[in-house]
Ligand binder design. Structure first.
Ligand SMILES: [Zn+2]
Length: 61
């Protein structure tokens, strides 16, 4: 299981997402950036910033 916490990129944002598939996390994060943070264009630097902040987590028992 992997997790992305938006607060690691946008201080104060509580949004986060978890999924087995990193590609799915990227897709959700890009959607969140558009809808919540008004990032109409998701730049390569943004993609890299998100990817570098995805962390492996153990699924809750
Ligand atoms: Zn956010």
């Amino acid at each position: 299981m992997k997790e992305f916490q938006c607060g690691s990129l946008v201080p104060g944002c509580q949004w986060h997402t978890r999924h087995e598939d990193e590609a799915e996390i990227m897709r959700r994060a890009a959607e969140h950036m558009r809808e919540t943070h008004g990032e109409t264009i998701i730049r390569e630097t943004m993609i890299e910033a998100i990817r570098s902040r995805i962390e492996k987590v153990r699924s809750a028992a």
